[in-house]
Design a protein around this ligand. Structure first.
Ligand code: SF4
Length: 226
């Protein structure tokens, strides 16, 4: 199969009962601001360049973001922050990501999530992370044919990514390198770069500023030859 086929397969996964219930309940309840919209309410596939040089790995879709629009990092504050930065780095066609059909394109980049369904409180359980891991493994296997760099957004994505690379047989340094903003580690053919997650918790408090995000994306783009 290829990435498009993988996207189609993951979009019908129902392997985690708690997350299936949450993604569907949220889609039914909706938020007042989006009351006139049909929510996606299903797993979120990776999205972007079909032969990416650079991967951006997130945690999981947001209940009223990706779970609403059906596109990763699309329709919430984290996505607004991230896409604006990707655009400044020359990695996205537009500074905003509103919904499918908005004309947005990622340039040499594919985004994916470690867990593909929206979890309550943005926190998947370790069991849910492990249940979703085969999707991540397969996507990495397909994407690393072209990608040489991966940006891990937050400690959860960092750990999930290193674990996936270890399962693929790549030599992950031991002890596993600790997550940090701007930390780099070479694993097999991939350079993994850490970045604080663009959650509101980080961006509203100034823990992650636009210039910090620009520095990481600029470095990752340079490493990827973009
Ligand atoms: Fe399937 Fe992953 Fe969603 Fe669980 S989180 S239902 S494994 S797509």
């Amino acid at each position: 199969d290829d990435l498009a086929e993988l996207d189609a397969r993951v979009s019908v996964c129902r392997a985690c009962p708690r997350l299936v219930a949450w993604r569907e309940e949220t889609a039914l309840a909706r938020r007042r601001a989006y009351a006139d919209q049909a929510y996606w309410g299903r797993p979120i596939a990776g999205w972007g360049d079909p032969a990416p040089r650079l991967l951006v790995v997130g945690l999981a879709p947001a209940a009223h973001g990706g779970n609403r629009t059906g596109r990763i990092f699309t329709g919430d504050a984290s996505g607004d922050f991230l896409f604006a930065a990707l655009h400044r780095a020359g990695l996205a066609a537009l500074p905003t990501s509103l919904a499918a059909g908005d004309g947005q394109r990622l340039l040499g980049v594919r985004m994916l999530a470690a867990v593909r369904c929206a979890p309550p409180d943005n926190k998947p359980t370790p069991g849910e992370r492990d249940t979703c891991a085969p999707w991540l493994d397969r996507e990495l296997e397909l994407a690393t044919a072209s990608a040489s760099v991966a940006v891990a957004l937050g400690g959860f994505a960092w750990q999930a990514l290193l674990a996936a690379l270890a399962r693929s047989g790549a030599a992950v340094p031991r002890p596993a390198p600790r997550f940090g903003h701007g930390t780099e580690v070479r694993v097999g053919s991939l350079t993994v770069v850490g970045s604080y997650h663009p959650s509101q918790q980080n961006t509203f408090t100034g823990r992650l500023t636009p210039s910090m995000m620009d520095a990481v994306l600029g470095r990752a783009a340079q490493l990827a030859g973009l």
